[in-house]
Design a protein around this ligand. Structure first.
Ligand SMILES: Nc1nc2c(ncn2[C@@H]2O[C@H](COP(=O)(O)OP(=O)(O)O)[C@@H](O)[C@H]2O)c(=O)[nH]1
Ligand SMILES: [Mg+2]
Length: 333
C-alpha cells in the first residue's frame, strides 16, 4: 500500500528534515506510543538536531504560559524564525492531551508554515513523560525550527525535570504567590534563567516584583564571575485592550540575550552535556525496563512475584534485585 510505504522510517525522517508537518505529526505519535520502531526513527532524527534555540517555559497552571508563548511566536515569526512548540500539561483532562484552549489560541497560526504546535497530555507514555517530551523536542529540532519552546506545568517533579531539555529556562509567576515563591526558591528558581512576573496588571505586582528581585540579588552574591544573572521581567500578556499588553519585547530580548550569553561562554556546552546525560539516562532506563519486562512476559513469573509480595513471602526490593541479577547475566544485554 502506498500509505504504508510513505511511512517507512527513512522516508518519514527525510520528510521531517524537509519540514514536512505531516511527517512530524506521524513521528510524534510514534514516539508518544513508544512502539517498536520509535527508537529506530529517533536514530534517524538525531543527526539533524542541535541547531535550535531551546526555550523552556514553566510555572503554575493559569499563570499565563500559553498566552506568553502566543506572543513569543508572533515576535519570533517577525524575525523570520521558524517556531515549534510542545505544550505539556499532564493535568489536562482532554484525552490525547490536546488542550482545547491552546488549540483555539494557536489556531491563528494554523496557516503559518513556520509554526508547529503540539500538545501532550498525561496519558501513559511507556517510557515516561520526560522521555516522550525529549523525543518530541528532538523531532521539532530536526524539523528545522529555529526556536523550540517547551511549555510545562511547574508542579510535579517529572514536569520540572522536563525543563532540563531547554537551554533557556523561564519561570512564570504571578502576583499573590508570596508563599509559593518561598517554596520555589530552593528548587525551580535555581534553574530559571529568566523569571517572568506575569499579570503585572494585578494588585500586589509591585511588592511581588520587589521580593523576587531581592531573592535574585541574594542569590547573585553567590554566583561566580561571568555567570548569567537571572532577571525578573514584569509582563502583561493579556489585557482587555491589546495596547495594554506589555513586557513582550523585553522578554524576547532577554531570551535572545541569554542565548547569546550561552554561545559566548562555555554555557551552551554545559547545557548540552547536561541534556545529553539526562537523555541517555532516560533512554537507558526505558530500554532496561522494556528488556526486563519482555523477559518476564508469558512466563507467569510476574504474577508469581506479585502474589509473593502481596502475601509478604517476598518484598519488592528483593524481587527487583533478583530480576536484575538474572537480566544482567544474560549475554544479550
Ligand atoms: N489579568 C491578566 N490575565 C492574564 C495575563 N496573562 C494571561 N492571563 C489570563 O490568564 C488565564 C490563563 O492563561 P494561560 O496562558 O492559559 O495560562 P497557562 O495555564 O500558564 O498556560 C487566561 O484566561 C489568560 O487570558 C495577564 O498578564 N493579566
Ligand atoms: Mg497553557
Amino acid at each position: 500500500m502506498p500509505g504504508q510505504k510513505k511511512d517507512r522510517p527513512q522516508d518519514l525522517a527525510a520528510r521531517l528534515v524537509r519540514g514536512d508537518r505531516r511527517a512530524a505529526s506521524r513521528l510524534i505519535t510514534l514516539v508518544e506510543n513508544g512502539g517498536p520502531g520509535a527508537d529506530e526513527m529517533m536514530k534517524r532524527v538525531y543527526p539533524h538536531t542541535g541547531r535550535s534555540m531551546l526555550v523552556g517555559i514553566t510555572g503554575p497552571g493559569g499563570s499565563g504560559k500559553s498566552t506568553l508563548i502566543d506572543h513569543l511566536i508572533g515576535r519570533f515569526r517577525k524575525r523570520d524564525l521558524r517556531v515549534g512548540v510542545v505544550a505539556v500539561d499532564p493535568s489536562s483532562p482532554f484525552t490525547g492531551g490536546a488542550l482545547l484552549g491552546d488549540r483555539v489560541r494557536f489556531q491563528r497560526y494554523a496557516m503559518d508554515e513556520g509554526v508547529f504546535v503540539r500538545s501532550m497530555g498525561s496519558r501513559g507514555y511507556t517510557g515516561g513523560l520526560a522521555r516522550a517530551t525529549t523525543d518530541v523536542c528532538r523531532i521539532l529540532e530536526a524539523m528545522g525550527n529555529d526556536v523550540v519552546i517547551i511549555e510545562t506545568l511547574g508542579a510535579g517533579q517529572d514536569e520540572i525535570d522536563i525543563i532540563h531539555v531547554a537551554q533557556t529556562c523561564i519561570l512564570v509567576l504571578t502576583p499573590g504567590m508570596g508563599d509559593d515563591i518561598q517554596a520555589m526558591k530552593a528548587g525551580i528558581m535555581e534553574i530559571a534563567h529568566l523569571i517572568v512576573l506575569n499579570k503585572a496588571d494585578l494588585e500586589g505586582a509591585g511588592a511581588c516584583l520587589r521580593s523576587l528581585e531581592a531573592v535574585l540579588e541574594d542569590a547573585g552574591g553567590r554566583r561566580t564571575e561571568g555567570a548569567w544573572n537571572p532577571r525578573v521581567i514584569p509582563t502583561v500578556a493579556w489585557a482587555r485592550r491589546p495596547g495594554d499588553v506589555s513586557g513582550m519585547e523585553a522578554l524576547e530580548e532577554a531570551i535572545l540575550a541569554h542565548q547569546a550569553h550561552l554561545r559566548e561562554t562555555p554555557g551552551l556546552r554545559c547545557a548540552n552535556e547536561r541534556r545529553v546525560e539526562r537523555e541517555l539516562r532516560l533512554i537507558f532506563r526505558d530500554a532496561l525496563e522494556k528488556h526486563v519486562i519482555s523477559g518476564l512476559e508469558g512466563t507467569g513469573r510476574k504474577e508469581e512475584f506479585l502474589r509473593e509480595i502481596i502475601e509478604r513471602r517476598n518484598d519488592p526490593y528483593s524481587v527487583v534485585e533478583e530480576i536484575l541479577g538474572e537480566t544482567l547475566k544474560k549475554p544479550e544485554i
